[in-house]
Ligand binder design. Structure first.
Ligand SMILES: O=C(O)c1ccc(O)c(O)c1
Ligand SMILES: [Mg+2]
Length: 580
């Protein structure tokens, strides 16, 4: 099916919006009136530019507050028809009247729309009538359809918008009564569950399908069952997207449509946890910390300035080309790396070209939205490192990478989420908000089996950095691990006494003494328990966590994150007797 995107989804000037839509592979656009009014291009020039970019102008919108008023404004409508002829836009969206003085009279609305359609028809144009969820009298799609049916004009049909329908929880059953050819346009948008005024919800929080909580896929199935074969068009009003890079947003939008349509993709290959995490370093600090944690430097790379460090099943690659300590790559162990990479490419993840020495493994890698490399590893990559013969220290019970937490830029929360969900086929948990000392952080975990990625994003722009990156190591015994690491002189993050006092007040049966002594945090859900602690940050940017999941605990200790963040901000380290 044809894919369109409304210019309101994208940031920038009209020219930038068109270029971004074209670069992402869209076939057409919905032209928002304001984007045209604000542009120095004549309508014919917009048409020419769109044409050069391979885009059609599928819809001109919105035409507001027309129907069911004492004097419908045909003069304004004719002016827009002139414009549409110059643009080559075949259809005008008329949204339901929101004015307080609109008349509650379906027959009158139908009469006005019939008259409008008659004039449009003379020009070879069409009118698509859409119910806004906050329309004064017409606020549901079935009501808008009844009026269109009553108006009964060949140049008049309806425009369906998934947000207006699903936000109100309107039953989809009436869709079966609308003939496909009378649906002139389909707008698709998702949104998170929010309890708020529906207009505010629509204008600020819409997102691309798959990024919110609405069943857009279910609605699409019902609409396609009517025989609708017009464009699938994204119409998303979102404060963050308005501030994001238009080219990235357009690719995010296209990825969302690829997933929504159920486009055949290479199936996700089974994954077996993380093969490695790569950390860029600018000082010997990380090496010192890994050594103190019992890691062995098992080998330098044959041709690149990177080293492999190992402990149990944990592999950390240190990259000495960095100018700050940060996680630059995550690598998953795939049963079929080539298939994983093909799936990623089909989902528009840009491949990363890698330089490879002769005899070295051909590692497939793509770039995540924030530039983090995602590698798909088989088993041959370990041969790229020259063995040193070093072995990890005994007696430090840390076993494998449990999860990797990536601090993302402010505008990447939904985009990066959709990327990891679709490319790696990870399942999202509920999003949470963490109150850090420097601002609110939105956090959401994505997981499949042993591959777990947590995305942390500042809630507002202009916050330099509300979060750090971290790699969490799984242990079978957090208290023993904390004891062993302390004995080896690993600088651990201090936890205030107030935290343990609160824990005791909340959980009467919990013995907090060993936790308090060792600076170990605790969480409990009906499924199980979590014991975890953190190293002090290195280079101000990266730290490690050690965690023990007991029973079926599936979370990430989000409740305790603000305690950690406050301690990190103070630069507190756990010292002997700190709990006393
Ligand atoms: O928010 C609005 O006014 C508005 C305008 C046009 C649309 O198609 C829509 O869904 C909402
Ligand atoms: Mg709409």
């Amino acid at each position: 099916m044809r894919r369109s995107i409304a210019t309101v989804c994208l940031s920038g000037t009209l020219e930038e919006k068109l270029e971004a839509a074209s670069a992402a592979g869209f076939d057409g656009i919905e032209l928002f009136e304001a984007d045209l009014v604000n542009a120095p291009l004549a309508p014919a020039e917009v048409r020419a530019l769109a044409g050069e970019l391979g885009l059609t102008i599928d819809l001109y919108q919105p035409f507001r507050d027309f129907e069911a008023v004492p004097e419908p404004d045909f003069r304004r409508a004719e002016a827009k028809f002139d414009l549409m002829e110059a643009l080559g836009a075949p259809t005008m969206l008329v949204c339901s009247n929101v004015r307080a003085d609109a008349i509650d009279d379906d027959a009158l609305a139908a009469e006005h729309l019939h008259a409008l359609a008659t004039r449009a028809h003379e020009r070879g144009l069409k009118i698509a009538y859409e119910a806004l969820a906050w329309g004064h009298h017409v606020s549901t799609y079935d009501h808008a359809w009844r009026i269109v049916e009553q108006a009964d004009h060949p140049a008049l049909g309806t425009c369906l918008d998934s947000f207006h329908i699903l936000s109100r929880g309107t039953s989809l059953d009436a869709l079966d009564r609308i003939p496909g050819e009378k649906i002139l346009f389909l707008q698709l948008a998702d949104a998170p569950h929010l309890t708020m005024d529906v207009l505010q919800w629509s204008r600020h929080y819409r997102c691309f399908p798959g990024q919110g909580a609405l069943d857009v896929a279910g609605l699409l199935r019902r609409v396609l069952a009517t025989g609708y074969d017009g464009p699938l068009s994204l119409e998303v009003f979102n404060d963050v997207f308005r501030q994001a890079d238009a080219r990235r947003t357009a690719i995010d939008a296209m990825r969302s449509l690829i997933v929504l349509e159920g486009t055949p993709l290479p199936p996700p290959a089974p994954l077996h946890g993380f093969a490695f995490v790569e950390i860029a370093v600018d000082s010997p600090e990380v090496e010192d910390l890994l050594r103190a944690m019992g890691f062995a430097h098992v080998g330098p790379h044959r041709s690149k300035p990177v080293q492999l460090w190992e402990h149990g099943d944990i592999r950390v690659v240190l990259n000495h080309g960095g100018d700050a300590a940060e996680v630059v790559a995550i690598a998953v162990q795939s049963e079929d790396p080539a298939a994983s990479a093909e799936r990623a490419h089909a989902l528009l993840a840009p491949p990363l070209e890698r330089r490879r020495g002769s005899g070295e493994a051909d590692l497939e890698a793509v770039a995540a939205p924030d530039g983090t490399a995602v590698f798909f590893c088989g088993t041959d990559w370990l041969g790229d490192f020259l063995p040193t013969g070093e072995a990890a220290a005994e007696g430090v019970p840390i076993e494998r990478i449990d999860h990797i937490t990536l601090a993302q830029p402010f505008d990447a929360f939904d985009e990066a989420g959709l990327f990891y969900r679709s490319v790696l086929d990870l399942r999202p948990s509920e999003a949470t908000e963490l109150a850090a000392p420097d601002g609110l952080v939105r956090s959401r975990a994505y997981a499949r089996g042993e591959v777990r990625v947590v995305l942390n994003v500042p809630a507002l722009a202009n916050q330099d950095r509300a979060e750090l990156q971290h790699v969490a190591f799984a242990t079978g015994d957090a208290l023993a691990a904390a004891r062993a690491l302390r004995a080896r002189g690993v600088p651990l993050l201090g936890v205030p006494d107030n935290y343990y006092d609160d824990l005791e007040a909340r959980l009467e049966d919990l013995d907090t003494a060993p936790l308090r002594e060792l600076g170990v945090l605790y969480d409990r859900t009906p499924e199980g328990e979590l014991l975890h602690f953190y190293t002090a940050p290195i280079g101000g940017r990266v730290f490690f966590e050690v965690l023990e999941r007991r029973g079926g605990y599936r979370g990430y200790g989000a409740l305790n994150s603000p305690v950690r963040m406050a301690a990190q901000r103070r630069g507190e380290r756990h010292a002997e007797g700190a709990g006393a």
